[in-house]
Design a protein around this ligand. Structure first.
Ligand code: HEC
Length: 113
């Protein structure tokens, strides 16, 4: 009996881990692709975030410095510093325009009221 149960269990765990990208919502996309730098809450208090010098997205003053259009463009095309070094990669291949718009909407919910 046990010989059958254990491998079946391992297969179930494996399948749970393999969430297809198209079913992910904005929060999921954020957690998986953006939180490493920007932090789960957007404050950017992560090791990679400090290295990349991300700014604090929970600060409404920072959020006021970019429009939805600018944010979407940057997510799509990425960001380079003046020397051409990549600061944030382009996500246009990974996400549709609708996914990107949902991410921008999600970012707006991160700012402190
Ligand atoms: C490798 C680290 C890294 C990752 C991963 C990352 N970013 Fe960024 N992001 C940055 C940096 C660095 C900046 C620029 C901070 C600054 O203004 O100097 C930035 C800025 C932004 C901005 C501000 C745009 C503007 O015009 O000022 C938005 C919006 C943004 N990121 C969204 C995202 C989203 C959405 C994801 C995930 C799909 C993501 N980022 C993933 C590093 C990252």
């Amino acid at each position: 009996m046990n010989k059958i149960t254990i491998p079946a269990c391992a297969a179930a765990v494996f399948m749970l881990g393999a969430t297809p990208a198209f079913s992910a919502d904005a929060k999921d996309n954020w957690t998986k692709n953006c939180a490493s730098c920007h932090g789960p809450d957007g404050a950017g208090h992560t090791k990679a975030g400090r290295m990349a010098q991300v700014k604090n997205m929970t600060d409404p003053k920072y959020q006021a410095t970019f429009t939805d259009e600018q944010a979407a463009k940057q997510i799509k095309e990425g960001l380079k510093d003046p020397t051409g070094k990549e600061k944030m990669k382009a996500f246009g291949d990974l996400f549709s325009d609708a996914d990107i718009k949902a991410l921008v909407d999600y970012i707006r919910t991160l700012q402190a009221k």
